[in-house]
Design a protein around this ligand. Sequence first.
Ligand code: OFO
Length: 166
Amino acid sequence: MLKTKIEDILNRQIERELYSSNLYLAMASWAETSGFAGAAEWLYFQADEEHIHMLKFIKYVNDRGGKALIPATSEPPRDFGDVHTMFKKVFEHEQFISNSINEIVGLCHEEKDFTTHNWVQWFVTEQIEEEATVRGILDKLKLLDGKDMYMFDRDLQGSRTKPVAV
Ligand code: OFO
């Protein structure tokens, strides 16, 4: 049975994963309507991945005798300026999510919930990968310095496959 504090922080994470999915959908839509088909594809897949993360949290809370809550979320921004600025925002958001996951780990320690502590390690590893991937994209954008955006976008196209739940 989950302690209330753990259930609450996991429900907070459900809201954050849902917002992440919507944020990346909003970015995908912006990219698609700004001529960046490759970036749009990458972001649609990223949105799918966040949706899968949300489902993982929902399932875990319910499996442990808690109640997963499906929240309303705030509307993400509609405009992202340019591709470089947008990917900087992706990186900042992933850092925010990493901190959020670390807070769950910290609370599991405090509450001695070693089962959830063990379960959430998957997300700790996932965040390392996600930050590294976006850092790689930002490094390329820095090298290009606003030039060859068409090549950059073509490079992103097909660079990842549609995520499936594991
Ligand atoms: Fe971007 O990661 Fe979810 O957790």
